[in-house]
Design a binder for this molecule. Structure first.
Ligand code: KG4
Ligand code: ZN
Length: 344
C-alpha cells in the first residue's frame, strides 16, 4: 500500500512516497535554510511563500522518482501541526485539493508523531524488524523535547517535556550567541569537532537536573552561555564553549532517557527530531542505554515527508480519515498527550 506524504510545517517543503509504512520509494526535500540563514532564523511569511512556490514541483518529483501514478496511491498523509500556521496551510490545502481531485482519502498527521515514525522507515537496515512495544520515545527537535512511552501504534504516555526552550532551540540560540550561524545544531556540532570539553566551561554551564521529574529545562544553559560571551567579549573561545554546551545538553538528555528506560521497563528506545542527528548524542545514548537504541539516519531525523507517510500509513490502517473541513493545528501535540490532538 503506497501513501503520499506531504510536510510543510516549518522551512522544508517535502513530499515522499512510502510503501507499507516502511519502504521509501522517494523522499524529496526542498530546504529553505539558505533563505532564512541571513535572518538568523525562520521568517514565517517568507517560509509560506516559498512553500507555495516549491511544493507542487516537489510532489511531482516525489511521484516520478517513485515511479508511482496517482491511481496507485492509497491515501495522502499531511502534517496538520504543530508548526507555523501559514506554512502548514500550504501543505494541508494542497493535500485537500489532491484528495478531492483524485478521490483519495486524506490522513491528518501530527508532525511530532511523524518524527517518531522515522524509526519505522527502512534505511540502510532494510529487512530489519520494526521496533517492538513498549518503547521509550525521545523527540528532540527545534520546537520540542518530549519523552514518552509508546505502548502501541498511536498509544502514548507523556513522561516529560521541556519547561522552556526545546533542545534544538537551545542549539540555535546558543549558536547565534556564539556567532556560529544558522541552523545552530550542525554549526555547534562542527565547531565542537575534536575539541575537548574544558573543565572551566563545563563547570560554568548548569545541567538542569530537575529531580523527581522527566521534564527538561535548557534556558539556564543559554543564559550561562550569554554570560560567558559578555565576559570574554572579542576573545570569545567559541569552539570550547560550543563543545561544553553540546556536552551539557547531551548529558541531560541521555541521563533522563536512560533512567526512564530502566524505570518503564521498555524493550527499546527510539530517538527522533533534528537534534537526533547529533553524533555525540547518538554515540553517548548507544553506549549508556540499558536497551537497544534506534536512531534514524541523520537525513531522516530532520524534517522530511517520508516520516509523515509512514505515520499516516499506521493511522490509515486504523481507519482514521480527515475530512475536507480539517484545519491546521499549530499547537498540536503527540496524540493523547496534549489537549490539542488529531482524532485518535
Ligand atoms: O526536527 P527538525 O528538523 O525541525 C523541527 O521539527 O523543529 O529539527 C530542527 C532542529 C534545529 O533546532 C537544529 O538546530 C537541530 O534540529 N539540529 C541539530 C543537528 N541537526 C539539526 N542539533 C544538534 N546537532 C545536529 N547535528
Ligand atoms: Zn520536525
Amino acid at each position: 500500500m503506497k501513501l503520499l506524504g506531504i510536510e510543510t510545517s516549518c522551512d522544508e517543503s517535502a513530499a515522499a512516497v512510502v510503501e507499507d509504512g516502511r519502504r521509501i520509494l522517494s523522499n524529496v526535500v526542498a530546504s529553505q535554510v539558505s533563505v532564512h540563514a541571513r535572518y538568523g532564523g525562520v521568517v514565517p511569511e517568507v517560509a509560506s511563500r516559498r512553500h507555495l512556490e516549491s511544493l507542487l514541483p516537489v510532489i511531482e518529483e516525489a511521484l516520478s522518482e517513485a515511479g508511482c501514478g496517482w491511481s496507485e496511491l492509497a491515501a495522502v498523509a499531511v502534517t496538520v501541526g504543530p508548526g507555523l500556521s501559514g506554512s502548514l496551510l500550504v501543505g494541508l490545502n494542497t493535500a485537500k485539493a489532491i484528495s478531492f481531485a483524485r478521490d483519495l482519502p486524506l490522513v491528518a498527521v501530527s508532525h511530532l508523531e511523524a518524527h517518531i515514525y522515522a524509526n519505522w522507515l527502512e534505511a540502510d537496515d532494510a529487512g530489519v524488524a520494526p521496533p517492538r512495544f513498549p518503547l521509550l520515545a525521545l523527540i528532540v527537535s527545534g520546537g520540542h523535547s518530549d519523552l514518552l512511552v509508546m505502548e502501541d501504534h498511536g498509544r502514548y504516555r507523556l513522561l516529560g517535556r521541556t519547561r522552556d526552550d526545546a533542545a534544538g532551540e537551545a542549539f540555535d540560540k546558543v549558536a547565534r550567541l556564539l556567532g556560529l550561524g544558522f541552523p545552530g545544531g550542525p554549526a555547534i556540532e562542527q565547531a565542537s569537532e575534536g575539541v575537548p570539553v574544558e573543565r572551566r566551561f563545563w563547570q560554568r554551564l548548569p545541567r538542569a537536573v530537575l529531580r523527581g521529574t522527566y521534564d527538561f529545562s535548557f534556558s539556564g544553559l543559554k543564559t550561562a552561555v550569554l554570560r560567558l560571551t559578555r565576559e570574554y567579549g572579542d576573545d570569545l573561545p567559541r569552539s570550547e564553549i560550543a563543545a561544553a554546551f553540546q556536552s551539557a545538553v547531551v548529558e541531560t538528555l541521555v541521563a533522563k532517557a536512560v533512567r526512564a528506560a530502566r524505570e518503564e521497563r521498555v524493550t527499546g528506545i527510539v530517538v527522533s527530531g533534528g537534534v537526533a542527528a547529533n553524533r555525540l548524542l547518538r554515540e553517548t545514548l548507544a553506549k549508556r542505554a540499558p536497551v537497544p537504541v534506534r536512531l534514524p539516519p541523520p537525513a531522516l531525523c530532520t524534517d522530511n515527508a517520508a516520516m509523515v507517510a509512514a505515520c499516516g500509513y499506521f493511522r490509515f490502517r486504523r481507519g482514521e480519515r480527515a475530512g475536507l473541513g480539517q484545519d491546521v493545528l499549530s499547537g498540536l501535540g503527540v496524540p493523547g498527550t496534549s489537549p490539542t490532538t488529531v482524532s485518535q
